[in-house]
Design a protein around this ligand. Structure first.
Ligand code: ADP
Ligand code: ZN
Length: 729
């Protein structure tokens, strides 16, 4: 296939409209090339598209319309088009949706925007006023970089009239410059930290891998605080030395702030950022710069995987086990797995960093598909915390109290020693259930099958599924009896009450994602805690992730059994990961830490594995169980989620689909269900789930596509396919 098409040649253009295959157009005047981003007429509209190949032909040539125009943006490279196609095949996503993911930047069609900037002409001002001198000083601050009149006036603290005066006097000249500026260069030759023995060995191995210029994936496993970040920054440095780009994926925006500072300390400048909090101007700049080579390192959320890197040499997936890498709406994908796919196409290295890797990753390392590097000790003097169970069967707790005497004694000791204690409870809000003491009615969401959670801070009941909220009613909506609504069970807000009563002198901070209006407010709260501004911290899983609290020496897990209930395939793995991560918060600086787990089943194998710290034993046992059951990663699974406002219709449709299982049986796969999905109703739509189980080597995607295509969904029926689903039931 030729890379160029001359005017009038038939080209296949993939658009972002839901049309399935590329459509035929004629190449415009001047021709076009493979991967060019273009505008094409579609009915009465003009839409964004990408030249995907030669036209299919077979239509009346006279009726084929020409491409309206070729955009000034960099074409999508072969590597990107291959990635989008393979990912579409893997996730069974229509290609136009994939193209949308890859073109999510504003003004792609606009061409490089210009802005008016100022530059010093070298002429001295004839009349030197104080304000004018300040402007000249401010120019030095920008060090010759293009600067707008507004920026210069702000820096100098003068009015725009002063700037205009200087232009008139010929001291400053105005000119047009591209609006999107390259990012400051990162300098990999600056010295990094002195690495310890196993850090140095790990960084050496990663650098060699990056230098090879080939694809490879490495699990970098090390307890929290062992220096994984320091080590993978050396891999980033190596990529930059080879003039290749690097991408670091992080699970939480709140984590990026600390990371940006570390990058600046290592490389002398900040990296580009890509996540939902980035302005559209900045998105446009990043999209253009990353494809022109004007950005070397991007720190971002999972969608950064679809940026048009000019030459991507390294992808780091930090906290690779984190569930937020799995997107479960629109396009269903796991960013960790897609990072591996993308890297294998463009000859990049992948580093999967975690203290508690996903079982899939552990198995891939165990079988040699991935390399594995271990950092075995924490950096510096601090040891991993000692971990113990508090057997709740032996503790006497008054009603509506959740902190045992044993734990309380330890907390008091920390407060007295001016150290910090963290009480961990993975439940937002005040109480998970609101019940009527007269009739037993529980308040649920009007649109979802979820109980509403009381948030006393907001003075409302909130649905954690759809976000709907309402005030706590005076009278029971079922029996109308007044004054009998009662909160049942603890959430972090309720823990705060108990803590205030038990430890009256202590300063308490509650860390829960919904208590902060912005990522910045959350970041400030974390900083305050880090600086010693609280004695007792009460937190949800948000505290489990990478924050550094040097004064923290005690972690108390209020309910270690919470995640073990339910029959989710990953319950054991998740509990293990979360508990180890939370415990890793204690004793990060010079002081040793202790983690205490309140549990009703101290002999449970998962709790035992957490306490003993025999991690490899845990993964090996989990892996054996999965192998016996033929579940991932030893077997393959897919979830089909059907939804419709009418419960009978969605069950009928799902039942019909389940009966026509010929294409699935042909590959030896089984269909389970239909069953109500984990959340059976969301925003008024009833959700039904079919679960498909197949052997590892079975051609699952092709069979699924054939199977689903047998039935045309009736109006308003949504059919979503989730390959490698994360949550079960
Ligand atoms: P991880 O990513 O494994 O949680 P980090 O890389 O964040 O660990 O390291 C934990 C802390 O120890 C950080 O503050 C880091 O700067 C520091 N640290 C790690 N290794 C070194 C080193 N070789 N020299 C100096 N400080 C280090
Ligand atoms: Zn709801």
């Amino acid at each position: 296939m030729s890379e160029r098409f001359d005017e009038g040649d038939l080209v296949g253009v993939l658009t972002t409209e839901p049309l399935g295959r590329p459509l035929d157009y004629k190449a415009p005047e001047g021709g076009c090339g493979l991967g060019d981003l273009v505008e094409v007429p579609l009915g009465p509209r003009r839409v964004l598209g990408c030249v995907w190949g030669a036209g299919a032909g077979g239509f009346d040539p006279a009726r084929i319309r020409p491409v309206s125009r070729v955009l000034e943006a960099t074409p999508l490279r072969d590597e990107m088009r291959t990635f989008l196609t393979r990912m579409a095949d893997y996730t069974l996503t229509p290609l136009p949706l994939m193209l949308r993911l890859a073109t999510r930047a504003p003004d792609l069609g606009a061409g490089p925007a210009l802005r008016r900037v100022l530059r010093a002409t070298g002429r001295e001002p004839a009349r030197e006023t104080d304000a004018r001198l300040r402007v000249m000083d401010a120019l030095d601050v920008f060090g010759g970089a293009a600067v707008t009149s507004t920026e210069l006036a702000a820096e100098a603290g003068v009015s725009s009239a002063v700037i205009k005066g200087l232009v008139k006097a010929g001291v400053l000249a105005e000119e047009d410059a591209p609006r999107d500026q390259p990012y400051p260069r990162l300098d990999p030759s600056r010295a990094g930290k002195d690495l310890s023995g196993d850090q140095a060995a790990a960084s050496e191995a990663l650098r060699a891998a990056v230098a090879s210029g080939r694809y490879g994936t490495t699990l970098l496993k090390g307890v929290t605080g062992s220096g994984k970040t320091e080590v993978y920054l050396e891999a980033v440095a190596e990529a930059l030395r080879h003039d290749r780009q690097a991408l670091v994926l992080l699970p939480e925006i709140a984590l990026t702030a600390g990371f940006l500072e570390r990058v600046e300390a290592r490389f002398g400048a900040r990296p580009a950022e890509w996540h939902s909090g980035v302005t559209s101007t900045e998105r446009r700049r990043l999209w253009r710069m990353i494809s022109d080579g004007g950005a070397q390192l991007v720190v971002g959320a999972r969608s950064a995987l679809f940026l048009p890197f000019r030459d991507l040499g390294l992808i780091v997936v930090d906290e690779e086990h984190d569930t937020s890498y799995k997107q479960e709406e629109g396009v269903y994908y796991n960013a960790r797995d897609m990072a591996v796919m993308r890297a294998s196409i463009c000859g990049a290295q992948v580093v999967l960093a975690s203290a508690t890797p996903a079982l899939e990753t552990w198995v891939n390392a165990d079988t040699g598909k991935y390399a594995r590097l271990d950092l075995t000790s924490r950096f510096g003097v601090s040891d991993l915390p000692e971990m113990r169970a508090i057997d709740m069967r032996a503790e006497k707790l008054p009603p509506n109290r959740w902190i045992s005497e044993t734990l309380a004694t330890q907390v008091e000791a920390r407060v007295a020693a001016r150290e910090q204690a963290l009480l961990f409870l993975n439940r937002r809000g005040y109480a998970p259930v609101t019940i009527c003491r007269a009739c037993g009615h529980q308040i649920g969401c009007d649109d979802c099958d979820a109980r509403m959670v009381e948030h006393r801070f907001l003075k409302r009941l909130v649905c954690h599924q759809c976000g709907a909220s309402k005030p706590v009613p005076e009278a029971c909506p079922a029996c109308s009896v007044e004054g009998k609504m009662a909160a049942v069970g603890p959430g972090v807000e309720r823990m705060a009450e108990e803590v205030a009563e038990r430890f009256p002198g202590a300063r308490v901070a509650v860390l829960s994602s919904d208590l902060f209006g912005s990522a910045r407010a959350l970041k400030e709260a974390i900083q305050t805690i880090s600086d010693g501004g609280a004695d007792i911290i009460i937190g949800t899983q948000i505290v489990a992730k990478g924050h550094n609290f040097p004064l923290l020496t005690l972690v108390g897990v209020i309910d270690a059994d919470l995640g073990l209930q339910g029959s989710d395939l990953r319950a054991a793995e998740r509990t293990f990961q979360l508990m180890r991560q939370v415990a890793g918060r204690a004793g990060r600086a010079e002081r040793a830490g202790v983690a205490l787990l309140q549990t009703h089943q101290p002999e449970h194998p998962v709790i035992r594995a957490i306490l003993t710290g025999h991690e490899e034993d845990f993964w090996r046992a989990e892996a054996t169980e999965r192998r016996m059951a033929g579940t991932p990663p030893y077997g393959r699974m897919a979830g089909i989620i059907l939804s419709h406002p009418d419960v009978a219709r969605v069950f009928d449709f799902a039942g019909e689909l389940a009966r026509r299982d010929g294409p699935l049986r042909a590959i030896g796969a089984q269909v389970w269900g239909p069953a109500p999905a984990p959340i059976a109703r969301v925003r008024g739509r009833h959700r039904v789930r079919l679960l498909i189980k197949a052997e590892r080597s079975a051609p699952l995607q092709a069979a699924l596509a054939e199977w689903v295509a047998q039935l045309k969904p009736p109006p308003n029926m949504r059919v979503a396919i989730d390959i490698d689903p994360q949550s079960f039931l």
